[in-house]
Design a protein around this ligand. Structure first.
Ligand SMILES: [Zn+2]
Length: 358
């Protein structure tokens, strides 16, 4: 074959393939501080000592894409590493930030970013609404960041759920609310809503189906071959679908299937919590979701109450291989499945009115 013909074949192959993803550089990812393994115990009445929590660079995904995460053993909501992972892409085009960590540690998060770049913080994308991911939004907006998210996340934020005592929740700080929004569309699932060409990277914000919440976004870094997959997958504690914010266990299955399509065998997947994984690591998690949906459906159809289903200890086969397994984490998971398989309330104004269980 002539050189010219070869060149044409090459071009056709490029045009026919999906978005070109280059191999991850051989030395990466570098784990700087591994996430904790536990077990962790907290006394009754324990209060989070925010002053003791540090925000560290815990992983380097490329020479200019760093992961930030909090100290282990101090935050009962996330004992393996306080807060949720945040990513910073930095260089001559400024900083693109994925999620913000908690409000209480905003200054420490900025200080850690300043340990490796003095560039302006220009773009912030929220992967979902939870405060360990959006808590410092207003702080970083005031640093100059333009905040991106799914439109559903913006709606969830503008309509905070009422307090248990019936009082309305306070309105969010205006600067914390995303200004640039996009929507999930099932017909174009997996396609980026926004792409940034910054600092030698191509960064894709990919809106997700309702899964961990109704407003999830995953973030792909094409050259580093990394996808931040936020919290629809977790390997510390049992799965959590925030159904009140539009999340769904069945949506989490679809989310896993989308990752199987978007990632190759070498893509590093960065969950919001727990350890870094590859796409084959998601399959046992998917199988567990399918198994629990089937078992809980059968018991609910035979008339069992939530109390009876919880007492059946259906997660027992998975307890040994589930790190961070607690009674609270498994009860929450099984309750979600129980509520979802029958009479699942619709989403109205960004919220789902879940049944209350005494
Ligand atoms: Zn999280």
């Amino acid at each position: 074959m002539s050189a010219r013909a070869l060149a044409i074949v090459g071009l056709v192959a490029l045009a026919a393939g999906p978005a070109v993803i280059r191999a991850q550089k051989p030395a990466y990812p570098i784990t700087v501080i591994p996430t904790g393994k536990g077990p962790y115990n907290f006394p009754d009445g324990y209060q989070i000592p925010w002053d003791k929590i540090e925000i560290n660079v815990t992983e380097k995904m490329s020479a200019n894409l760093f992961v930030l995460h909090g100290s282990q053993g101090l935050d009962p909501a996330h004992p393996d590493a306080s807060g949720g992972r945040a990513l910073a892409l930095f260089g001559p085009d400024g900083v693109l930030l994925v999620d913000t960590e908690n409000r209480q540690v905003a200054e420490k998060t900025l200080k850690t970013i300043r340990s490796f770049t003095d560039g302006p913080i220009r773009i912030l994308v929220n992967t979902h609404i939870h405060p360990d991911h959006t808590g410092a939004n207003a702080f970083f907006a005031k640093q100059g960041a333009l905040i991106y998210s799914q439109e559903d996340l913006r709606i969830e934020m503008l309509r905070p759920p009422g307090r248990p005592n019936g009082q309305p929740a306070p309105a969010p700080e205006p600067a914390s609310v995303p200004v640039a929004t996009y929507k999930y569309n099932a017909a174009t699932s997996g396609e980026p809503a926004v792409s940034f060409n910054m600092n030698g990277e191509i960064v894709d914000f990919i809106p997700m189906m309702p899964s961990h919440t109704a407003g999830d976004t995953i973030v792909r870094f094409r050259n580093a071959n990394v996808i931040y997959i936020e919290d629809f997958y977790r390997n510390f504690g049992y799965p959590f679908a925030d159904q009140a914010n539009g999340g769904s266990i069945k949506g989490m299955l679809e989310a896993v299937d989308l990752i199987e399509r978007l990632a190759d065998a070498n893509t590093t997947l960065v969950p919001g919590h727990g350890t870094l994984v590859k796409k084959q690591d998601l399959l046992p998690y998917r199988a567990m979701l399918v198994d629990m949906l089937a078992k809980v459906t059968a018991r609910r159809n035979s008339g069992q109450s939530l109390k009876e289903v919880l007492a059946a200890n259906l997660t027992a086969p998975y307890d040994k291989t589930t790190q961070g397994d607690t009674q609270q984490s498994k009860d929450r998971f099984i309750t979600e499945v129980y509520d979802e398989v029958k009479d699942f309330p619709p989403i109205v104004d960004g919220k789902r009115t879940m049944p209350r269980h005494p």
